[in-house]
Write a protein that binds this ligand. Structure first.
Ligand code: HEC
Ligand code: HEC
Ligand code: HEC
Length: 434
């Protein structure tokens, strides 16, 4: 190629190169520019570590559910190693104990706050399984209290398990590309105190430490959390449960007090928590102060209803049609009515109603299928020390009977076109991903 042709070729390409660079620049700025990758070094500020601050930090760690994700089943608290399965492989949580080598022992308060806000630490860019998108909204004084508390957690020299991920997800710098496409840095909020308006306090807790949107939002491409999916509900990636929307329409069947009961005891007249929500109540929300539980309930009851494609409309009650032979109705009478009542209205707070239960009115039937297959148990909490449980039916009922009873309840009581087949149920056997 002659020099002239190379120059011409370059001139033709130049605008494209410039445009691509400009787009990359805008995307890079949108995820926070270079600032997230500048880790604060050195000893930094001194943070108060008096008993009151440490106690506040311990409470905030409960709200953030840190121990649940950073402890293996039966393992040393906060020593990390719990695995999270994603589409790209398994990511293990880090050691947060005061160990100098494997934990946060020699981290400064600034480095800790930086990791919580930006998802970047001395170990590199962190995977978004760590809910830093939400923790970015936690204010400085709450982060300092968390830091002061974590400093008191006894050291455990447990090395974090190496992640098992496919390339390029295994290469941390690739996360910069992911952040450019899917991540918007959030502004840190100023923590409204528990004496300020419940609505503001509730929003702060739900969006920040509570990271409720991590499960309760609709996901976009590659596990991202686009703003339009906020609390819209959806299947939780890697877990195989559906988290319902959280808004004023979904929660209309709860009064504020009933919602407070659900969140802090795991049970209420409207239903009880099971699956991953039972864990959230057990490990985290059962520790809520009465004011904070009321604040969260008040905020959730004020989230404007979402306009999902599959809107949840409660149909008028239908009288059973005489003479119609219905396998589902038959199974219901035999296997379910004793507890859930002939009319599906449940019995007190012991056996929840099915008529407008979240799992029955959901666009996604997975929770109902899982509960019927493997049973369910609300968490044991101070407010509900001996929870009632639902037995598993995987041995008692055939896949066809399970499909029929769920179709019957969803169709007749929630007006949903439920057409689960025996093959669908068989395909969901063994999905015990969590
Ligand atoms: C949903 C699970 C989950 C919750 C809840 C969670 N974390 Fe984590 N966290 C993780 C995972 C997984 C990692 C490892 C990410 C990685 O290696 O990229 C992590 C990493 C971290 C790191 C970075 C550690 C390092 O060595 O780089 C810090 C700091 C941290 N978490 C603090 C907290 C605190 C404090 C809380 C509670 C307020 C919390 N986490 C709650 C899952 C969670
Ligand atoms: C680990 C995932 C996860 C997290 C985090 C989570 N939830 Fe849930 N939540 C679920 C699932 C799954 C369900 C459906 C099962 C059930 O109803 O018990 C649920 C159900 C609920 C319900 C019942 C809805 C209804 O219509 O009955 C409420 C209320 C709720 N969550 C509130 C919250 C709040 C508030 C937070 C944050 C503090 C939160 N959740 C965090 C997974 C999660
Ligand atoms: C021995 C009593 C008992 C029987 C029999 C029983 N259930 Fe349940 N069921 C419960 C209890 C208790 C819960 C709440 C479990 C929890 O919170 O973890 C529950 C929860 C449920 C849920 C979740 C409700 C929600 O809030 O979303 C569904 C769906 C369900 N049952 C369906 C059925 C079906 C269908 C049958 C019959 C095949 C059946 N149950 C039989 C006791 C029972």
């Amino acid at each position: 190629m002659s020099l002239r042709r190379v120059a011409l070729f370059g001139l033709v390409l130049l605008p494209f190169v410039l445009a691509a660079t400009a787009i990359a620049g805008v995307l890079f700025l949108r995820q926070g520019g270079f600032a997230p990758y500048r880790i604060p070094h050195g000893a930094g500020r001194i943070v108060a570590a008096d008993a009151a601050t440490v106690a506040r930090g311990a409470y905030l760690a409960k709200l953030g559910d840190c121990a649940a994700c950073h402890t293996t089943r039966g393992g040393v608290p906060f020593a990390g190693g719990r695995g999270f399965s994603t589409d790209y492989g398994t990511i293990y949580s880090s050691n947060l104990t005061a160990d100098m080598h494997y934990g946060l022992g020699d981290w400064s308060a600034d480095e800790f706050a930086h990791a919580m806000r930006n998802g970047v630490s001395r170990n590199g860019v962190l995977y978004p399984v760590f809910p830093y998108a939400h923790f970015a909204q936690v204010d400085d004084s709450d982060l300092d209290a968390l830091y002061a508390y974590l400093k008191t957690v006894s050291a455990s020299a447990q090395a974090p398990s190496p992640n098992r991920l496919d390339f390029p997800a295994s290469w941390r710098p690739a996360l910069i590309g992911w952040r450019m496409l899917y991540y918007h840095a959030a502004e840190a909020a100023h923590a409204p105190s528990s004496s300020s308006k419940p609505l503001e306090r509730g929003r702060y807790l739900v969006d920040g430490l509570g990271h409720c949107a991590m499960c309760h939002s609709a996901r976009g491409a590659r596990g991202s959390l686009p703003p339009q999916g906020y609390l819209v509900g959806g299947r939780i990636p890697g877990v195989g449960w559906y988290a319902p929307p959280l808004d004023s329409r979904q929660l209309q069947r709860y009064s504020i007090d009933q919602l407070v009961a659900y969140l802090s005891t795991g049970t209420s007249l409207q239903g009880s928590a099971y699956g991953p929500m039972a864990e959230v109540v057990y490990n985290s929300l059962s520790a809520l102060s009465a004011e904070d539980a009321t604040a969260i309930a008040t905020y959730l009851k004020n989230v404007p209803p979402h306009t999902q494609p599959t809107q949840r409309l409660l149909p008028p009650e239908q009288a059973p049609q005489p003479g119609v032979v219905n396998l589902g109705a038959d199974v219901y009478k035999r296997a379910c009515a004793d507890c859930h009542g002939d009319d599906g209205r449940g019995k007190d707070a012991a056996y929840p109603p099915l008529r407008d239960a979240a799992s029955i009115t959901a666009p996604d039937p997975i929770n109902a299928v899982r509960v019927v297959l493997y049973g369910g148990m609300a968490p044991t909490t101070a407010g509900n020390p001996r929870p009632y449980s639902m037995p598993p039916f995987v041995q008692q009922l055939s896949a066809a009977e399970i499909a029929a009873v769920i179709n019957y309840v969803r169709h007749d009581w929630a007006g949903l076109p439920s057409e689960l087949t025996a093959a669908d149920i068989a395909g969901m056997h063994g999905i015990v991903l969590d």
